[in-house]
Design a protein around this ligand. Structure first.
Ligand SMILES: [Zn+2]
Length: 415
C-alpha cells in the first residue's frame, strides 16, 4: 500500500550514445511479445461481434517469458518490461476495439524506446547507471549538472524511458511535510463525493455522463450509416471520436483544476483502482467508461496536487461508526446491521476513506470526536422523519439527518 503522498514528474536528458541496435532489438522483442499474445487471444462471439479474451494466466506468462528469453542477448529484466508494455498496449487496443474505434488489427510498435525498470539501473552520487548487458554494457548519465537537479532533490527515481537521443526520467516527489488537512474522494458514475473538515462535498458529474450518452447515440447512428456509406461513416467516426475525447479531457481538466484550487493545502485521497474489483452491479459499459474517467481524474490530480492512493477494501460495506457490515436500504441509504447507523452510500464510502487517510479504524470514539462534529457543523439538523434519498442517521440515539442541502455542491464547471 502506498502510504506517503506523492506526485510524479518527468524530465528529459539528451544523450549521444549509439544504442540503435539495442532499441531495435527491444522493439522486435516487444513486437514478438504482442504477436505471441495476439495469437493466443480467444475470440468469443457476442451479438454479431467477436470479443477478444486476452490470455493472462500465470502459466501463459511464464511460457511467454521463456520463449522471449531464448534469443534475447541483453539483460533479462527487459523481457519482463516488454511483456508488461505488450499487455498495456493490447489492453488499450482492446478497450478501443470494444468501443468501436479500432479494428481487428494487431497493434504494431513503430517507435524505438525501451522501458527501464527499477531493477535495471542504479542511482548513485548523482549518476544514473543503466544496465544493458550485465557485466558488459552500461550507460551512464550524470545528473549532477542537470538544470532540474534542485527541483528533484530528495525525490525517488521511478521508471526510465530510453530513446535514441534522450532519456526520460520520472521522479516520485514525496511530500516531506504531510498536509494537516485531508480530503477523501469516492468516485461514482454521477458524482464525486468528498469528505473533509468542511463536511460532505458533492461534485456533480451529470454533464460528463450526458456527454457519454450523447456520444454513444451519435456512434450508433454512424454505425447504421456504415452499411450504406462506409467511407463517410469512417470519417465521421474519427471526427466525433476525436471531439468526444477532447471534450472529456477538457471536462476532467477543468474539474481537477477546480478541485486542486478549492482544496489547495489538502492531501487528496483516492481509492487505488488497481486493487479494486468492486463494480459488480453496474453495467459493463458504464463500468469501463467510468473507470477510464476515474483513472484520468486521479492521474490529473496527481500532477496538480498532493494525492495519496488508498486501499479500497470494503470501503462501501463497512460502518464508519462501529466497523459492522452495511446493508442496502431503499434508494441510496445504507444501514448498519450492528449499530443501526443510516447513511447515504456515497457519504459512507468517503467517510471510510477519510478515516483510512488518518489511519483510524472505525470506532465510536473517533466517530463522536472527529466525524460527527464535522457533520453537525456542515449542516446536520435533528429531524424525526426519514426521507428516501436523504441521509438519516442516528448518533446518540437522536434521529437526525443530513438533508440534501447538507453537502457542499460544486457546480461551476460546465462543459
Ligand atoms: Zn455500525
Amino acid at each position: 500500500m502506498q502510504r506517503s503522498s506523492c506526485r510524479i514528474v518527468s524530465y528529459k536528458v539528451k544523450h549521444g550514445y549509439d544504442i540503435s541496435e539495442f532499441l531495435c532489438g527491444y522493439r522486435y522483442l516487444l513486437q514478438r511479445a504482442i504477436d505471441i499474445i495476439w495469437d493466443s487471444i480467444e475470440w468469443k462471439k457476442k451479438r454479431n461481434r467477436l470479443i477478444p479474451i486476452i490470455p493472462k494466466s500465470k502459466e501463459f506468462k511464464r511460457t511467454l517469458r521463456d520463449q522471449l528469453l531464448k534469443d534475447w542477448n541483453y539483460a533479462s529484466h527487459y523481457v519482463d518490461s516488454a511483456i508488461k508494455t505488450a499487455y498495456s498496449i493490447l489492453n488499450s487496443w482492446r478497450r478501443n476495439y470494444i468501443k468501436g474505434e479500432r479494428g481487428r488489427y494487431k497493434p504494431v510498435v513503430k517507435r524505438k524506446f525501451a522501458r527501464v525498470k527499477e531493477t535495471l539501473y542504479r542511482f548513485r552520487d548523482g549518476k544514473i547507471i543503466i544496465t544493458i548487458k550485465p557485466r558488459q554494457l552500461y550507460l551512464e548519465f550524470n545528473l549532477s549538472e542537470a538544470w532540474f537537479r534542485k527541483r528533484v532533490k530528495g525525490c525517488n527515481l521511478g521508471e526510465l524511458i530510453l530513446k535514441e537521443d534522450e532519456l526520460i526520467i520520472t521522479f516520485r516527489k514525496l511530500s516531506h511535510t504531510p498536509s494537516k488537512k485531508k480530503i477523501a474522494w469516492d468516485l461514482n458514475l454521477l458524482s464525486i463525493d468528498g469528505f473533509c473538515d468542511k463536511g460532505w462535498i458533492r461534485v456533480d458529474l451529470k454533464p460528463l455522463y450526458t456527454l457519454h450518452i450523447t456520444y454513444e447515440n451519435k456512434r450508433r447512428k454512424i454505425q447504421r450509416l456504415s452499411k450504406t456509406k462506409p467511407k463517410t461513416a469512417k470519417r465521421l467516426m474519427q471526427k466525433y471520436s476525436q471531439r468526444y475525447r477532447n471534450r472529456v479531457k477538457d471536462f476532467l481538466h477543468k474539474l481537477t483544476t477546480m478541485l486542486a484550487k478549492e482544496f489547495k493545502d489538502y492531501e487528496h485521497g483516492f481509492e487505488n483502482l488497481e486493487k479494486q474489483g468492486m463494480f459488480g452491479r453496474c453495467k459493463i459499459h458504464n463500468r469501463v467508461v467510468s473507470k477510464q474517467n476515474w483513472k484520468q481524474t486521479i492521474a490529473l490530480m496527481s500532477y496538480k496536487t498532493n494525492v495519496r492512493l488508498l486501499n479500497p477494501r470494503n470501503s462501501t460495506k463497512t460502518c464508519p461508526r462501529c466497523g459492522g457490515k452495511m446493508k442496502h436500504r431503499r434508494g441510496q441509504v445504507l444501514e448498519c446491521e450492528r449499530c443501526g447507523l443510516k447513511i447515504n452510500r456515497q457519504l459512507n464510502a468517503s467517510i471510510n476513506l477519510y478515516l483510512r487517510m488518518w489511519g483510524f479504524p472505525p470506532s465510536m470514539k473517533v466517530w463522536l470526536e472527529l466525524i460527527e462534529p464535522i457533520l453537525r457543523r456542515s449542516g446536520v439538523t435533528p429531524k424525526g422523519d426519514e426521507t428516501d434519498d436523504l441521509l438519516p442517521m442516528n448518533p446518540e440515539g437522536v434521529e437526525v439527518d443530513v438533508s440534501q442541502g447538507g453537502h457542499m455542491a460544486i457546480k461551476d464547471h460546465v462543459c
